[in-house]
Design a protein around this ligand. Structure first.
Ligand code: ZN
Length: 649
């Protein structure tokens, strides 16, 4: 069984690719009809990921990934083609029809639904069940009290989908079996455990927070212990790793926060589910939390894409706006300094210049703070953040008694290595100066201590052998396509290459706007740059403009890509999404005609050159020379008429 072709086409055409892509990264305008963002498929700091909503296509100039919205969903969620179509159809609430492989055994049932989709449905059903239990079950009273004690009413619980898992150990199982989920699916979802006497509910007698992916599908749960007789000691229990749930990649609250994160260019990372709730209710709607793990490199990548982080510090780009981007970690309790130090000095320091730390007085978490002092106090906590390095270094200093001389010396010994570990050397003198101020010491003495600490660290690293940490120095990885699959790309500075490229962009993107008589001027061999000639051959091989005009632009681009040899397919993808310099059909039509005619003119000029040299090589009375001379004259005449059309005749 497969999904009917018409239905696939319907899903492809009615899904807005910018909306789907926008769930994973923040897109900004990149000229008429074009959007740009940070690529989700490779690590980059300047956006090379392009989306053309009107064509329904995307392409990354950095890694060469590209295609339509179905291809995007396949790649980002690791789905099969059918699963991706099902997911998108689900989004449109469009019922798919299936047929068998050899003909049309039509049917309106959804039989061979992909596993991922089934697991998403199981989670949706489970979330609904848990929420219902919290609202109605007498057993859930403890859960309702827990929430009420933290300032969350019924409405707040419903907004975040909080629920309660029955204590019996089989309430959810019964509910899901009643909806014809199989044993295999229940185990694969992580909602059920497999015991000796069969399946059992993984979560029993706990308060349940549904964890959603960035698109808003529930993919797992965080569960808090409520009862003393709970046989599982852990205060929090999460869904185990499944096809859907990867703890290194989920952030609780991201589905609710992502719009504000993109708008304000700020993300607030708190430590718990109730903290996310408290922040959002207090008006800090950029708050998220990790789920049972620390904020790691995958999280950094996800957040960076939503922030639209274009470069580290000091980027002087005059791009769309001048808002600073910030990542604010809200730490609570005694370990705040330690956590800040880990954040500051381990891993990806490119991110740290945007990173801030906020700590509430008295070690309160945002939820407690809101309880004690209200919404304004939570907003204020976030507002009073301090730069990460400053916070980390000060934390190292504040452990010592600075009123005594040996306390200050000990503090310097503790803090100097921290300053030395700032990888961006241009930031070190400033922090050395600040450190001197906090310690009440001479700047020069502090600078020396920092220098010594740096040399010591390098010696240690050399002996440890493990140099070249992540993101080590040297050429950046941006723009480097993985493993030799670098697309063929002609020199962009070559004026002929440029004009040929522009013409192909039109032939692929707006074939219906290219005047028919002008396309006819482009015969075989009209393109001089080999890669572009191969693309033009593919355009012709796919049926040329006559066929193109009967297809949707996206389908036409696919057809050209299919007709192209493997090596130039990424190039076709690029050409299919490159921004065109006009927006209205009328202006585009004029532009398309002019670039196509320019290519024809260049091709004719090339041809005239070879005819001339042939005429010159042959004896004047040779019949071949006479024939070539005749052709030369008609070709020159033709070129003249083309030139008149180009100059607007
Ligand atoms: Zn990429």
């Amino acid at each position: 069984m497969r999904i009917r072709r018409e239905d696939v086409e319907h899903v492809r055409l009615t899904t807005r690719i910018d909306e789907v892509v926008g769930e994973h990264l923040t897109l900004r305008s990149a000229g008429p009809g074009a959007l740009k963002g940070l690529c989700p498929f490779h690590d980059e700091k300047t956006p090379s990921f392009n989306v053309r909503p009107s064509l329904g296509r995307f392409h990354c100039f950095g890694c060469g990934q590209g295609g339509d919205v179905i291809a995007f969903v396949q790649q980002i969620d690791h789905l099969t083609f059918s699963e991706a179509v099902e997911r998108l159809a689900d989004r449109l609430t469009y019922p798919l029809r299936y047929e068998d492989d050899d003909g049309r055994g039509a049917g309106a049932r959804r039989e061979p639904v992909g596993q991922r989709q089934r697991l998403v449905e199981a989670h949706r059903a489970a979330a609904g069940f848990f929420a219902e239990q919290l609202a109605t079950s007498p057993d859930a009273l403890t859960g309702r009290q827990f929430l009420a004690a933290r300032g969350f009413d019924r409405e707040a619980a419903a907004h975040f989908g909080v629920g309660f898992s029955p204590r019996t150990g089989e309430g959810l199982l019964r509910h899901l079996r009643g909806r014809s989920f199989t044993e295999d699916e229940l185990v694969a979802s992580g909602l059920a455990g497999q015991g000796q006497r069969g399946l059992y509910d993984r979560f029993r007698g706990r308060l349940m927070w549904p964890i959603r992916d960035v698109a808003g599908d529930v993919v797992g749960f965080g569960a808090r212990r409520l009862f003393d007789d709970d046989r599982i000691e852990a205060k929090y229990l999460n869904t185990p790793e499944t096809v859907l749930y990867k703890k290194s990649q989920v952030l609780y609250g991201l589905d609710l926060a992502k719009k504000e994160i993109g708008r304000l260019r700020e993300v607030v990372v708190v430590e718990g589910y109730t903290d996310v709730m408290a922040c959002h209710l207090a008006g800090v709607r950029t708050a998220v939390a990790t789920c049972g793990t620390s904020f790691g490199t995958d999280h950094v990548r996800i957040v960076r894409r939503l922030l639209g982080d274009e470069a580290g510090k000091g980027s002087l780009s005059l791009s769309t706006d001048a808002f600073a981007r910030s990542v604010i970690f809200v730490f609570d309790g005694d370990a705040a300094g330690q956590k800040a130090a880990e954040r500051a000095f381990d891993g990806d320091q490119n991110f740290t210049s945007l990173t801030y730390v906020a700590v509430a007085p008295g070690g309160l978490d945002p939820c407690e703070l809101r309880q004690q002092s209200g919404d304004e106090a939570v907003r204020d906590l976030v507002r009073r953040r301090r730069p990460l390095f400053e916070f980390a270094i000060r934390s190292a200093v504040e452990r010592f008694d600075l009123s005594a001389a040996d306390g200050r010396v000990a503090a310097l010994r503790a803090a100097a290595p921290a300053v030395a570990r700032i990888r961006d050397t241009s930031l070190r003198p400033e922090y050395a100066r600040q450190l001197a101020g906090w310690l009440g010491m001479e700047v020069e003495a502090v600078r020396r201590a920092v220098g010594d600490a740096g040399r010591q660290a390098r010696r240690d690293a050399d002996h440890g052998g493990a140099s070249a940490g992540p993101g080590g120095q040297g050429g950046s990885r941006d723009g480097g396509a993985p493993g030799g699959s670098r697309p063929v790309r002609p020199d962009p500075r070559d004026p002929v290459a440029r004009i040929e490229r522009e013409a192909l962009e039109c032939l692929i993107q707006v074939p219906h706007l290219v005047p028919a008589e002008d396309v006819d001027a482009l015969g075989e061999g009209s393109f001089g740059v080999p890669a572009y000639r191969a693309v033009h051959d593919a355009v012709r091989g796919a049926g040329g403009m006559a066929v193109a005009r009967t297809m949707s632009p996206g389908a036409w681009a696919d057809a050209v890509q299919e007709a192209a040899p493997e090596a130039v397919r990424p190039l076709v993808g690029e050409l299919a999404v490159a921004p065109l310099p006009a927006d209205s059909d009328e202006a585009l039509g004029r532009y398309a005609a002019s670039v196509v005619l320019r290519v024809a003119e260049v091709a004719l000029t090339r041809w005239i050159g070879s005819l001339r040299s042939r005429v010159q090589r042959l004896p004047a009375d040779d019949p071949e020379a006479i024939r070539a001379l005749g052709e030369l004259m008609t070709t020159e005449e033709y070129r003249r008429s083309l030139r008149e059309r180009i100059t607007g005749g």
